[in-house]
Design a protein around this ligand. Structure first.
Ligand SMILES: C[C@H](O)CC(=O)C(=O)O
Ligand SMILES: [Mn+2]
Length: 343
């Protein structure tokens, strides 16, 4: 297949991964504005949920400002062409959450597990298929498994009925070679029946390069966020990916100028801070730490008077994974007591 014939399905996850960056405070009005703009730009799939997926609103992950089912409904009512996706982490979200989101009109679900735990996903993937969703597997923290190991996990999701399986670089820790190797391993293991996706983070500023590498290695779904709005340093920015894809002979079906318009007029005003790889965010990628830990670590750093960088590096050393947000507080408290002893 020549480079010119490549085409990908872009899923814009601003209203889900970007939820981390706004402490899960999106409103229905904001959802309507963002979905309207992305839909006009030709974005085919738009994800809307709490940052940690359906049912994520909690003390551990952060309470949502609005009922996520109302946000999903607002998105569904606004989109004329785009399909609305939701995220579900088994154990955080339940089968009932899956049913409720489907009743509100969601059409695609990404069932997400840690990259070695796909065996907790089959019942949710199978139910999603029965409910009429397009079920997709989402293997998070993909840098923590080898290409072959990740392919085995993807096969579990595919056997349960996933139509696509994602290599999810939750920590923004992968470099292009690592992305290509993982996507190629999934391709070889799953064959042509199941598509491969890639979800990148910008912690080492490689989101666009990694996404292009993923497509070159066989990925056909790519996640992006408008203005990069997402956890950590953010995600692969939609506009930058669309532009780079076009220059690389990869078709997205998205109008670059309309995507940039919604970025500047609708999403940028919602941003609480510039989405950049500053010291903390960059260390997430370098140390291989879950991107959504950044804001939790910043809060703990302030509360215990310790450097955020130390907390993140220790999270990396302990190989923390999603769901272990409480360790951040434990680590910060330990660092604070150690520095008291030294003083
Ligand atoms: C629950 C996470 O935020 C999902 C995700 O976007 C990632 O792992 O990256
Ligand atoms: Mn993410």
């Amino acid at each position: 297949m020549s480079a010119e014939t490549l085409s990908v399905t872009v899923c814009d996850a601003t209203l889900r991964d970007g939820s981390h960056a706004v402490a899960h405070q999106f409103t229905a009005e904001q959802v309507r504005a963002v979905v309207g703009g992305l839909d006009d730009a030709g974005v085919p799939v738009i994800e809307v949920s709490h940052g940690d997926g359906l049912g994520g609103s909690s003390l551990t992950y952060g309470r949502s400002g609005s009922d996520e089912l109302e946000l999903i409904e607002a998105a569904v009512q606004t989109a004329e062409r785009a399909r609305i996706a939701v995220l579900l982490l088994p154990g955080i979200g339940t089968k009932d959450d899956l049913r409720a989101a489907r009743e509100r009109g969601a059409q695609v679900v990404r069932v997400a597990t840690h990259c070695t735990e796909a065996d907790i996903s089959p019942q949710h993937i199978a139910l999603a298929g029965e409910l009429g969703y397009t079920p997709i597997g989402f293997l998070m923290m993909a840098h923590m498994n080898s290409p072959e190991g990740l392919a085995e996990q993807a096969a579990i999701m595919a056997a349960a009925g996933a139509e696509a399986v994602y290599v999810t670089d939750s920590a923004g820790a992968l470099v292009p070679d690592g992305v290509s190797a993982r996507v190629a391993a999934l391709r070889e293991r799953l064959g042509d029946e199941v598509a491969i996706g890639f979800h990148g983070h910008q912690n080492m500023e490689l989101g666009v390069a990694n996404s292009i590498a993923a497509v070159r290695a066989g990925a056909r779904w790519v996640d992006t966020c408008t203005c990069g709005l997402g956890a950590g340093a953010g995600n692969t920015p939609t506009g930058a990916f669309v532009a780079a894809a076009e220059r690389s002979g990869i078709a997205t079906g998205i109008d670059l100028f309309e995507a940039l318009e919604v970025a500047e007029t609708t999403v940028r005003p919602l941003m609480r801070r510039p989405q950049i790889a500053d010291r903390g965010a960059l260390l997430l990628g370098y140390a291989g730490v879950y991107s959504s830990f950044l804001l939790h670590a910043e809060r703990a750093a302030e509360r215990f008077g310790v450097p955020v960088e130390e907390i993140l590096l220790e999270c990396g050393r302990r190989k923390t994974v999603g769901g272990q947000e409480d360790w951040i507080i434990e680590i910060a408290a330990e660092l604070a007591s150690r520095s008291e002893v030294v003083a």
